[in-house]
Design a protein around this ligand. Structure first.
Ligand code: PMP
Ligand code: GLN
Length: 388
């Protein structure tokens, strides 16, 4: 293994899912739902397969139906107008969109400012592109609405240097559940404009925001559309993580650049599923509302269970993850805790430290996924309570 990748080892998601299978534990580690998405969308995929749509290589940028549906979704929800032919690119999940964006836009030695803790593929893809990551740490904040992880805008500004090429943003944020506010995003946008930076923004949890939180796409802010690559995914919004259908929306010069990298990664993927996702994106508003409501109810069950079990709970404003602090349980090392948890409680979770360069900052935090059926979450909560 070369030096660029040596530090990364095996992704924590594979390690923890294997641990769950081996020990027969409830898997609240890797973020995937335990029920598949809508029946009619599955049927749409079957229909595409039967009718011979997408069984051979689809067009490089993605099938026109899906590109049109992505553009329509961005326009309908956010008032963002993209040309389906030149400003939308279908990718093999958000994962490929992240990889292709970074491989296309970074020169060796370029700095990427990213919010820490970060989704694990960011660090690996920055490294593969020869870039240097510069983390800005979201820190625990004990405010009126309960504990949350917050961005320090001064730290963000200080992280930008003459070598910074792009900002890599993720909102709603995995693993903390933080949804950046309009004010925070406006400050990020002003910084990007002032320093003439590109922005890659991972918005795969755009439909999972709860209570008063609002998802504000960075590309909607002044001066941002022309410098922003926005990433979305069907895996999260429609509960088909195995289909690997994601997309990029950006001005044509940026889409062309990302496509230059993408064509040599997978070239194309997920033919018949692209047609099904095109139908899914055109779902009535009631689908998105019901999906969000279902996840909100699940958040309540798991957050309450974890609190009763003695964890400090960072109630997420978005995503389907809840981060906890294990120190009230007399624990300090999230890695050790997660490795022993299957044996002690029959539950698998993710140590947030894997998402940090500053491992010590993340040491006491552990992430649980709540995209599981309510009885499963209740059973996990019962088991965790027995830990005390
Ligand atoms: N970005 C974030 C923040 C994620 O949590 C995930 C995992 N679902 C991805 C990207 C990857 O998405 P996909 O499964 O579409 O590749
Ligand atoms: N995004 C999912 C998570 O954070 C995992 C995706 C993966 O396994 N690569 O749990």
């Amino acid at each position: 293994l070369n030096r660029r990748l040596a530090e990364f080892g095996t992704t924590i998601f594979a390690e923890m899912s294997a641990l769950a299978t081996r020990t027969g534990s409830i898997n609240l580690g890797q973020g995937f739902p335990d029920t598949d998405g809508p029946e009619e969308i599955r049927e749409a995929a079957v229909r595409a397969l039967r009718e011979g749509r997408g069984n051979q290589y689809p067009p490089g940028p993605g099938v026109p139906e899906l590109r049109t549906a992505v553009a329509a979704h961005q326009l309908r929800r956010y008032g963002l107008s993209y040309d389906p032919d030149t400003e939308v690119l279908v990718t093999a999940g958000a994962t490929e969109a992240i990889a292709a964006s970074l491989l296309a836009l970074l020169e060796p030695g370029d700095e990427v400012v990213a919010l820490e803790p970060y989704y694990d593929s960011y660090a690996a893809c920055i490294a593969m592109a020869g870039g240097r990551r510069v983390p800005v740490t979201l820190r625990p904040h004990h405010g009126e609405g309960g504990p949350s992880f917050r961005l320090d805008l001064d730290e963000l500004r200080a992280a930008v240097t003459g070598r910074t090429r792009l900002l890599l943003i993720n909102t709603p944020h995995n693993p903390t559940g933080t949804v950046l506010t309009r004010e925070e995003l406006t400050a990020i946008a002003e910084l990007a404009v002032e320093r003439d930076l590109l922005v890659v923004t991972d918005e795969v949890y755009e439909h999972l925001v709860f209570d008063d939180a609002e998802h504000v796409p960075l590309a909607t802010l002044p001066g941002m559309r022309e410098r922003t690559v926005t990433i979305g995914s069907a895996g999260k919004t429609f509960s088909f993580t195995g289909w690997k259908v994601g997309w990029v929306t950006a001005p044509s010069a940026l889409v062309t650049a990302v496509r230059s990298a993408k064509q040599f990664l997978t070239y194309v993927a997920s033919g018949p599923f692209q047609y099904a996702v095109a139908e899914a994106l055109a779902s009535p508003e009631s689908y998105f509302t019901a999906f969000r409501e279902d996840m909100r109810a699940k958040r309540e069950v798991l957050a309450a269970g974890l609190a009763e079990a003695g964890f400090t709970v960072f109630r997420p404003a978005g995503t389907y993850f809840v981060t906890t602090d294990i120190r009230p349980l007399g624990e300090t090392d999230g890695f050790a805790f997660c490795r022993s948890l299957p044996e002690r409680a029959g539950v698998v979770a993710i140590p947030n430290a894997v998402f940090y360069d500053h491992r010590e900052e993340g040491a006491p935090f552990v992430r649980f996924a709540f995209c599981k059926q309510i009885p499963v979450l209740e059973e996990a909560a019962r088991r965790l309570k027995a830990l005390a």
